[in-house]
Write a protein that binds this ligand. Structure first.
Ligand SMILES: O=C(c1ccccc1)c1ccc(O)c(O)c1[N+](=O)[O-]
Ligand SMILES: [Mg+2]
Length: 217
């Protein structure tokens, strides 16, 4: 076909979603994934938990690792207060390019910054280059084996404060065993596991982990 799945999804969104309406973009993306092609979005069930976290926490500065096509970036940003912002990191240039279009389609380009770099390199620069003081919300959704590397880097950079929330997708499928062991074993977090369906697959069980930082930073 010459096009990628992500480009086909973007085309569908441009044809069927309402410009400037984040809810319409999300609904249309879910429709695409249920009727045309599966994609690894943090869909309905996971999205509802993410919505709940954002509404309760009212974060000012959010970091997402693993933008993919921007579904969860739009999901987070649509609930942010006017001055709040989301930095989302995507190492794959093709995904990042599609995500920027999806963010624009949702009308959220003033709240979301998509960075096409390796997460570790950006985390080390958040204070100096990206004007970040502390992170209120971190959403881990990139390569599963990198969750533990990056949470340790975030701690090293002293980017968390009491009450910061770290929310991790896919802790069952594909799974992030090293991360789960680390975060649940750490005295600096209070973690809660939520059993949810794997995106768009009503007969597959996945899990997400919400960890509240109670450490001393
Ligand atoms: O790793 C995969 C994966 C592995 C194999 C085939 C397709 C996807 C995946 C699956 C569901 C997710 O929610 C997700 O975030 C990812 N991911 O790549 O980060
Ligand atoms: Mg995921």
């Amino acid at each position: 076909k010459g096009t990628t799945r992500e480009q086909r999804a973007l085309k569908y969104l441009k044809e069927h979603a309402r410009q400037g309406d984040p809810d319409s973009v999300l609904e249309t993306f879910d429709e695409f994934c249920r009727t045309q092609e599966w994609a690894m979005n943090a869909a309905e069930e996971k999205g509802d938990i993410l919505d709940e976290i954002v509404r309760e926490l009212q974060p000012t500065t959010c970091l997402e690792l693993g933008t993919y096509c921007g579904y969860s970036a739009v999901r987070i940003a649509r609930n942010l207060s006017p001055s709040a912002r989301l930095i989302t990191i995507e190492v794959n240039p093709d995904y990042a390019a599609v995500a920027r279009e999806v963010v624009k389609l949702a009308g959220l380009q003033d709240k979301i910054e998509v960075i096409n770099l390796d997460s570790a390199d950006v985390i080390r620069e958040l204070k100096n280059t990206y004007d970040v003081t502390k992170l209120d919300l971190v959403f881990l959704d990139h390569w599963k084996y990198l969750y533990i590397r990056d949470i340790k880097l975030i701690e090293e950079e002293k980017l968390l404060k009491k009450g910061s929330v770290v929310f991790a997708d896919n802790v069952i499928i594909p799974g992030a065993p090293g991360y789960l062991e680390y975060i649940r074993g750490s005295k600096n977090y209070k973690s809660t596991f939520y059993s949810v369906h794997f995106e768009y697959m009503d007969d597959m069980k996945d899990g997400v982990e919400k960890s509240v930082y109670i450490g001393d930073e």
